[in-house]
Design a protein around this ligand. Structure first.
Ligand SMILES: Nc1nc2c(ncn2[C@@H]2O[C@H](COP(=O)(O)OP(=O)(O)OP(=O)(O)O)[C@@H](O)[C@H]2O)c(=O)[nH]1
Ligand SMILES: [Mg+2]
Length: 338
């Protein structure tokens, strides 16, 4: 299960009370005050952990408390400090006060830490109240309460892979088959109005995040259709999957479609074209075998050195192979980046 937003209640440990005690020892008739201080309460700390990929832990553990400090003891013994509670979150987690919009902290890199609620200080024991004129102090400080708070944790995903293509090409169908994302799918253009992200589980290989954005049409960079504003959501992706409808019913030519979308990507940001791109011929189930719609696209892919996959997103055909190849490419890119 993939969880990208949770509310949590965090409570830091209370400080232990200071102790009131006097030294009592054989042959030491008037031992002085020796009440130790209470231990500090533990804090709750969020830490960005590279091995943690979702916030699902908090779905089952929305309440997390750190340990309180122990009370001070006689003999000038301080109470034990409460252990801090370290909670792992994925890198990319944004912390807000529950219901608020202001960002308290953004855990962007693995190892980033955020002290969410601070443990209460332990109180002083009577020993520390002693002065030359006040030799029998009975004062002590109680431990301070630990902080508590209700926070919203949100995982801001940065997609690894962007889906581009004409409206109705089957981008949303594809993401719904390879991830838990459930965008609306329908047989008309511009079904998708806002970007969707899905996490693809690539088995033993690393999982990756894929972004489905509204379709592009000719002139999108001039504002036609929904425009190209959504391309910013895939600007930071590492790889593109270009979905082309090859069914004979699209009323268009797959190679033309490919070129139109490529032109729009270029108009938005030419750097997008320098990115590895998979060309995916979708709706292969509708091919009757008599047309060479598939071959035209395949040879274009070959000439541009793009990996080519013919799939049926609807029927799930060719998806495992595609996911595997994409995961493998991402992995290779990561290792070559060092
Ligand atoms: N036969 C067949 N139909 C498909 C396939 N993939 C998608 N479709 C259908 O094509 C239509 C459009 O699919 P969507 O996934 O909504 O397309 P989209 O690219 O997200 O469209 P926009 O959001 O408008 O850009 C739907 O009716 C799907 O059922 C496929 O592999 N085979
Ligand atoms: Mg869609």
């Amino acid at each position: 299960m993939f969880v990208d937003q949770v509310n949590v209640f965090l409570r830091a440990g209370n400080g232990g009370n200071g102790c009131v005690s006097f030294r009592r020892e054989y042959r030491v008739p008037k031992g002085g005050p020796d009440g130790g201080r209470g231990g500090d309460g533990g804090s709750v700390i969020l830490i960005a952990d590279p091995s943690c990929h979702s916030l699902s832990f908090f779905r089952f553990h929305p309440i997390n408390k750190a340990k309180s400090g122990r009370h001070g003891e006689g003999g000038n013994r301080s109470g034990k400090k409460g252990d801090d509670l370290l909670l792992s979150v994925p890198a990319g987690t944004v912390v807000r006060v529950k219901g608020g919009s202001e960002i308290l902290f953004d855990l962007t890199k693995p190892g980033d830490r955020f002290l969410a609620v601070k443990g209460g200080k332990g109180g002083r024991g009577n020993a520390s109240f002693a002065t030359s004129t006040h030799q029998v102090p009975r004062e002590f400080e109680p431990g301070r309460s630990g902080e508590e708070g209700e926070l919203t944790l949100e995982l801001k995903l940065i997609a690894d892979v962007g889906l581009v293509g004409f409206p109705n090409a089957g981008k949303s169908t594809l993401i719904s088959k390879v991830s838990a994302a459930r965008p609306v799918i329908a047989d008309y253009p511009f079904t998708t109005l806002v970007p969707h992200l899905g996490v693809v589980d690539a088995g033993r290989r690393r999982s990756f995040v894929i972004a489905d954005i509204p379709g592009l049409i000719e002139g999108a960079h001039l504002g036609h259709g929904l425009g190209i504003q959504f391309l910013r959501h895939i600007e930071r992706t590492k790889l593109l999957i270009h979905v082309v409808d090859i069914s004979p019913y699209s009323g268009r030519d797959p190679v033309d479609d490919f070129k139109v979308v490529t032109g729009e990507l270029e108009a938005y940001n030419p750097a997008l074209l320098a990115r590895p791109q998979f060309i995916v011929a979708n709706k292969a189930d509708l091919l009757t075998g008599r047309e060479n719609r598939l071959e035209g696209l395949r040879s274009l892919a070959r000439s541009r050195r793009h990996p080519f996959h013919a799939i049926s997103a609807l029927k799930g055909e060719g998806l495992a192979k595609l996911v595997f190849a994409v995961a493998k490419t991402l992995e290779t890119m990561e290792t070559s980046e060092g």
